[in-house]
Design a protein around this ligand. Structure first.
Ligand code: PGA
Length: 253
C-alpha cells in the first residue's frame, strides 16, 4: 500500500492558557511518534508556543481558522500572511462549529482552503454529517456536497497540499465516537470520490483524518483502519498524557 502521511492534530478550540502552552511545548518538543504532530492552540498563543518549542522539534503549529480575504477591514479576522509570519504550517478550515455557528458555507470553506494553499499553508478541510443527516441516510450526499465546493476551488495539483478530516458532527465533543467500521466506510467513500473526480494517484496520497471523540483508549483501533490516516482531536488534546498517547498510537506503516 502507498505510504501516506499520518497526522495527529490537536484542536484546542477556545481552551487553554499560558500554563497549558508551557506544559505542551515542554512535553511534546521531542515526542517520538510515527506521525506528524500538529498543535492548533487559539491563535493568540501560536507565537509563544513556537518560542517554547525546542529549535529542532518536529512538532508543527496550526491555526484553527483563517480569513478567505487577503487583508483589510475585517475586524477580528486573521490572514494567511499573518500565519506565514508565525511559521504556521496548517490551518483547520470548515470545522462544523464554524459552519454551524459562524455561517461558513462550503464555498467559503473552499475559498479558505485555496487561500491557505496559495500561502503554502496546508488546509485541514473538515467535512461531516449531522445526526439527523446520518439517520436519514444522507451522510454520503452531505459529504459529496461539502467536497464539491473544494473540487470547484482547487486545481488537481493543489490537492497534494490538502488534508481532509472526516468529523461526524454527532461525534464531536459528545463522547459518542464513530465505530472504526463507520469511520472506515466514510473514509473509503471519500477516497473513492476523490479518485473519481480527480485521479487514483491523488486519492491514494491524500491523508484523511478522523475526528470526533478520539481518545487514548479508542485511537489505535480507529487509526488502524485502512483509510484512516490519523486524527483531529478536540477534548483529549487538552491533556498532555492523553494526547501523547494518542500520537503514539499511530503504528509504523
Ligand atoms: P472532540 O473534538 O475530540 O472533542 O470530539 C474534535 C473536533 O472538534 O475536532
Amino acid at each position: 500500500m502507498q505510504q501516506r502521511q499520518q497526522l495527529v492534530i490537536a484542536n484546542w478550540k477556545m481552551n487553554g492558557n499560558n500554563q497549558l502552552v508551557e506544559a505542551f511545548s515542554t512535553a511534546l518538543s521531542n515526542i517520538n511518534a510515527n506521525c506528524e504532530v500538529v498543535i492548533c492552540p487559539p491563535s493568540i498563543y501560536l507565537h509563544s508556543f513556537k518560542q517554547q518549542l525546542t529549535a529542532d522539534t518536529k512538532v508543527k503549529l496550526g491555526s484553527q481558522n483563517v480569513s478567505e480575504q487577503v487583508s483589510g477591514a475585517f475586524t477580528g479576522e486573521l490572514s494567511v500572511t499573518m500565519l506565514n509570519d508565525l511559521d504556521v504550517n496548517y490551518v483547520i478550515v470548515g470545522h462544523s462549529e464554524r459552519r454551524a455557528m459562524y455561517g461558513e458555507s462550503s464555498e467559503i470553506v473552499a475559498d479558505k482552503a485555496k487561500r491557505a494553499i496559495d500561502a503554502s499553508i496546508t488546509p485541514v478541510v473538515c467535512i461531516g454529517e449531522s445526526l439527523e443527516e446520518r439517520e436519514s441516510d444522507k451522510t454520503f450526499d452531505v459529504i459529496a456536497e461539502q467536497l464539491d465546493a473544494v473540487f470547484n476551488a482547487l486545481s488537481l495539483s493543489e490537492w497534494s497540499n490538502v488534508v481532509l478530516a472526516y468529523e461526524p458532527v454527532w461525534a464531536i465533543g459528545t463522547g459518542k465516537t464513530a465505530t472504526p467500521q463507520q469511520a472506515q466506510e466514510v473514509h473509503e467513500f471519500i477516497r473513492r470520490i476523490v479518485s473519481e473526480r480527480l485521479d487514483e494517484e491523488t486519492s491514494k496520497a491524500l491523508s484523511i483524518l478522523y475526528g470526533g471523540s478520539v481518545n487514548a483508549a479508542n485511537s489505535a483501533e480507529l487509526f488502524a483502519q485502512a483509510d484512516v490516516d490519523g486524527g483531529l482531536v478536540g477534548g483529549a488534546s487538552l491533556k498532555v498524557d492523553d494526547f501523547t498517547q494518542i500520537c503514539q498510537s499511530v503504528s509504523a506503516e
